[in-house]
Design a protein around this ligand. Structure first.
Ligand code: PMP
Length: 330
């Protein structure tokens, strides 16, 4: 019989797929590491497993304990699945700007979700930050993973994502490109690949225009899951050889092209990372192998990136698209 003991053993070992169409005119091979094949649908399943197992080993998380984390997205889903399989409770704290769909996904896995008002100062007792801290203090057996400072976040990528890429490319990878959110993915994977290659693999971070990693102040941008207004300790600044800043418009247009031209329905930070990867690959030759990591699926963004109304409302559609509609109607 062929089966997995639980969903947890399905985390990792995601496929690598060649990009064949958005790469027109590029000589280098560009491969995508497609992380939506993880059971929770994103790269964050990897850190959830590693952070929880390390907390069990250190005794911070005890049988029947409760995981408390301020997250509304992919990390919450990963933690919820692993927690449910191992018998822990989960309480997630998220701001009220988060869509009901995302909150319901977390509840579907059995997690409790506490929604906080966005329109209050960080010092206010009802703020996102204060509520999660209070829940940790007041809940018996509570443990907060804190993906921004937890060393097991980058470590999970050093132990899984990095070795997978080295093996899948037969050691031929020359460039690794990933978006930077907590910095865990790029730091863990990048450091592993540098060590395995004797320092020759180049590591390139992709960042939304305005975020601190590319020299901004944290100005708002719409790509989700990447960019910051502070420097998390999970990010090793020395790992990146280069940071490429990408606009929301370029990120979202590439995200739509990946679905239309490559059959990859992925999230906005994936489009952003691919824009950066192509910018790097354009300067390279036929022996170069560029790997770009795609963190999640496009299913969570149907009413945004994949909605013409939403895209047009933000000025992200090409000017020609309305002309095309007019031409058809004529
Ligand atoms: N893209 C998405 C959609 C994410 O949720 C995240 C995680 N915040 C990232 C990219 C960035 O990954 P990391 O936190 O490892 O830098």
């Amino acid at each position: 019989m062929q089966f997995h003991d639980s969903m947890i053993s399905l985390v990792g070992n995601t496929p690598l797929v060649k990009l064949n169409n958005v790469t027109a005119g590029i000589q280098a091979t560009v491969l995508a590491k497609v992380e939506y094949f993880n059971p929770g649908g994103s790269v964050k399943d990897r850190i959830a497993v590693r952070m929880i197992e390390a907390a069990e080993q250190s005794g911070e998380l005890k049988p029947g304990g409760t995981i408390v984390e301020p997250t509304s997205g992919n990390t919450g889903v990963g933690l919820a699945i692993v927690a449910q399989q191992k018998g822990y409770k989960c309480i997630f704290v998220c701001p009220d700007k988060v869509s009901l769909d995302k909150i319901n996904v977390l509840r579907a896995y059995g997690a409790e979700v506490v929604v906080c008002p966005t329109a209050v100062d960080p010092e206010h007792p009802d703020s996102y930050y204060n509520v999660s801290d209070r829940l940790v203090r007041e809940t018996p057996g509570a443990w907060k993973p804190d993906q921004y400072s937890n060393p097991n976040n980058p470590r999970s990528h050093y132990e899984t994502t990095g070795p997978e890429l080295w093996a899948q490319t037969d050691g031929k990878i020359t460039h690794f490109v990933a978006g930077v959110g907590t910095g865990g993915t790029i730091s863990g994977t990048g450091n592993y690949l540098k060590e395995a290659s004797g320092g020759s693999v180049k590591v390139i971070g992709a960042d939304p225009e305005g975020s601190v990693y590319s020299g901004g102040s944290g100005r708002p941008y719409l790509v989700e899951g990447v960019g910051e207004d502070f420097w998390p300790t999970a990010y090793d600044r020395n790992v990146t050889d280069r940071i490429v800043a990408v606009s929301d418009k370029d990120s979202f247009q590439m995200t739509r092209r990946l679905a239309k031209e490559e059959g990859l329905l992925v999230g906005g930070s994936c489009g952003m990372a691919v824009v950066a990867a192509l910018e790097v690959a354009r300067e390279l030759g036929p022996d170069d192998v560029v790997v770009v990591l795609l963190p999640d699926s496009g299913r969570g963004y149907m009413s945004k990136i994949f909605s013409d109304e939403w895209m047009a409302g933000h000025g992200f559609l090409e000017d020609t698209s309305s002309a095309t509609v007019a031409d058809v109607l004529r």
